[in-house]
Design a protein around this ligand. Structure first.
Ligand code: FES
Ligand SMILES: [Fe+2]
Length: 312
């Protein structure tokens, strides 16, 4: 039988309308623009005068110079070529020649957030839902560590599907994981909880590209968030954050936090290492599915129905 090979995105425009990780928060330094490729375009990220991250399309509306090689002047991005300046809303505020500023002299400003050690941009003019959360924890309660995972020739939601692929937890990761009895699906999230006497897994997918979970194993709590940004139709860049409950003051508490973070880090890196040979080489296509794939199939339906938009 010949397969049509229909891609998930054949009929869609642009990319899923979700919160996309742009960079690590520490990479977006004051006074210094950072350029990166996401959502099929180039964006510039920087901090405004108050330190709040700004993410905008990077192609200058004048002649198309890359604004990320420009300068920050008074909290605004200045094009390196003819020094047009743009405010945090994307409006051109200054043209050095004194010419009248044309109405089309604008760049697109993404809704942004800074959370879990990452700078996020929403793919749309208004966010359709709040930035991703990690189950059972507020950011202020956790000591966190965030890192770049790397790039991969897959759309981000293929890696996100790991969060609901309970079969692979047993086969690939060799974990004693069971399936949840139910999953809860909204238009923009999927959530589940598996609890036994010695084990808790509370997982949540936000959008199509973020999976976060609270794990309790042998009485110890750890938190993880995996987030992917589409670079173009075929590739993505991944980040992850790990966290443990913050301690009080004192050397013993600091040691406890350090020890738990180290354990969380090695467990997370082990999971990523186990996934890597598969996710780095697969040619994703949902093929023959079996009854045990029911949640996975549900996730693929959720992905197919997710709203999409193209960056202006
Ligand atoms: S190309 Fe940006 S100001 Fe001319
Ligand atoms: Fe995995």
């Amino acid at each position: 039988m010949y397969d049509s090979g229909r891609s998930f995105d054949t009929n869609s425009v642009g990319f899923h309308q979700t919160w996309v990780p742009v960079a690590l928060g520490v990479e977006v330094e004051a006074g210094k623009p950072l350029g990166t490729d996401i959502l099929g375009t180039r964006v510039v990220a920087y901090r405004d005068a108050a330190g709040k991250p700004v993410v905008q399309t990077a192609w200058c509306p004048h002649l198309g110079a890359d604004l990320s090689v420009g300068q920050i002047v008074g909290g605004q991005i200045r094009c390196p070529y003819h020094h047009w300046r743009f405010d945090a809303g994307g409006r051109c505020t200054h043209i050095p020649t004194g010419d009248k500023i044309p109405p089309g002299a604008r760049i697109f400003s993404f809704p942004t957030a800074e959370k879990w050690g990452l700078v996020w941009a929403f793919n749309g003019s208004e966010p359709l839902f709040p930035p991703p959360e990690i189950p059972d924890a507020a950011e202020a309660e956790l000591a966190i560590e965030s890192r770049l995972r790397g790039t991969r020739n897959l759309p981000p939601w293929v890696a996100t599907s790991n969060g609901i692929d309970f079969q692979h937890l047993r086969t690939l990761h060799n974990l004693a994981a069971s399936d949840p009895d139910t999953i809860e699906i909204t238009g923009h999230s999927i959530e589940y909880r598996i609890e036994t006497e010695r084990y808790l897994q509370h997982g949540r997918i936000t959008g199509t590209n973020v999976f976060a979970q609270h794990l309790r194993r042998d009485g110890s709590d750890l938190f993880m968030l995996f987030a992917g940004a589409p670079i173009d139709r075929d590739s993505s860049r991944g980040f992850f954050t790990i966290g443990v409950y913050k301690g009080g003051d004192g050397a013993a508490e600091r040691r406890r936090v350090e020890g738990q973070l180290a354990a969380a880090r090695s467990f997370t890196l082990k999971l990523l290492d186990e996934d890597a040979p598969v996710l780095n080489s697969m040619r994703f296509r949902p093929g023959v599915m079996v009854a045990s794939d029911r949640y996975l199939s549900r996730f693929f339906k959720y992905v197919r129905e997710f709203p999409t938009a193209a960056v202006p």
